[in-house]
Design a protein around this ligand. Structure first.
Ligand SMILES: Cc1cc2nc3c(=O)[nH]c(=O)nc-3n(C[C@H](O)[C@H](O)[C@H](O)COP(=O)(O)O)c2cc1C
Length: 219
């Protein structure tokens, strides 16, 4: 599976098999997370075998099942673009996980923040977590806003690379599937902006990563 297929096939998965992440996959994730942390200044951490963080009422109502592993997206409180960076690098890990045959779900609200086992220093904070494991299913494709609400360039006028980027952005996960982002071209340069509201910074980072991975162009 290449990254474009991973973008297409990734959907939020909330039901997991009661199966630990294999040694090999753990090792690969650890290497990638370390690289991302070094490059970004974040402190993302893979936490395994911890059922408590997702032992919420929602789990009992059947919204989540067997979430025992998660990636905590953590970074310095002083980082001005912490949410965007967390979204960007978190999505890099999410797509790599998809290519390994793992499933994921970004979670900013429905987990127990106080029970999260990640190491969070006094000058750091947690942006959100990403549930990870082998899914009982592969999730389902989300409903998307029409392209015209997301981008002001008519499809017929889009360069191929830009169209690939926009399509990948439309497949990106966003909080409550809100898709509050907008893509345009400034001359030949792609520009992506976030709308207002909670979690739109994280969403923007995720969308930027999808766009770049599918288009081969930096945003
Ligand atoms: C920043 C962010 C926060 C999210 N928080 C939650 C959450 O608290 N609980 C939950 O069940 N899903 C959460 N989601 C998952 C979204 O509901 C999901 O990504 C969206 O509906 C699109 O579906 P898809 O991921 O299958 O494409 C979150 C997603 C993002 C990007």
């Amino acid at each position: 599976m290449d990254i474009k297929e991973a973008i297409k096939e990734r959907h939020s998965v909330r039901y997991y098999k009661d199966e630990p992440i294999s040694e090999q996959h753990r090792a690969e994730l650890d290497v990638l997370i370390s690289q991302c942390n070094e490059e970004s200044g974040l402190s993302m951490q893979l936490v395994v075998d911890d059922p408590e963080c997702f032992d919420t009422l929602l789990a009992h109502y059947g919204m989540f099942k067997n979430v025992k592993n998660y990636i905590a997206v953590v970074g310095p409180k002083s980082m001005a673009d912490l949410d965007v960076r967390g979204g960007y690098y978190g999505q890099k890990v999410v797509l790599a996980a998809q290519m390994m045959g793992l499933n994921t779900c970004w979670v900013a609200g429905t987990y127990k923040r106080g029970k999260c086992k990640a190491d969070i220093a006094g000058n750091e904070k947690i942006v959100c977590v990403i549930a990870i494991g082998y899914g009982e299913n592969q999730g389902t494709k989300h409903k998307s806003k029409p392209l015209s609400k997301i981008c002001d360039i008519p499809e017929a006028d889009m360069p191929v690379w830009f169209k690939n980027g926009v399509k990948a952005a439309m497949m990106a996960p966003t909080a409550m599937n809100q898709q509050k982002f907008f893509i345009t071209l400034d001359g030949k340069e792609p520009v992506i902006t976030a709308g207002r509201g909670p979690m739109t910074g994280i969403d923007l980072g995720i969308v930027k990563y999808n766009f770049e991975a599918a288009s081969g162009h930096r945003v």
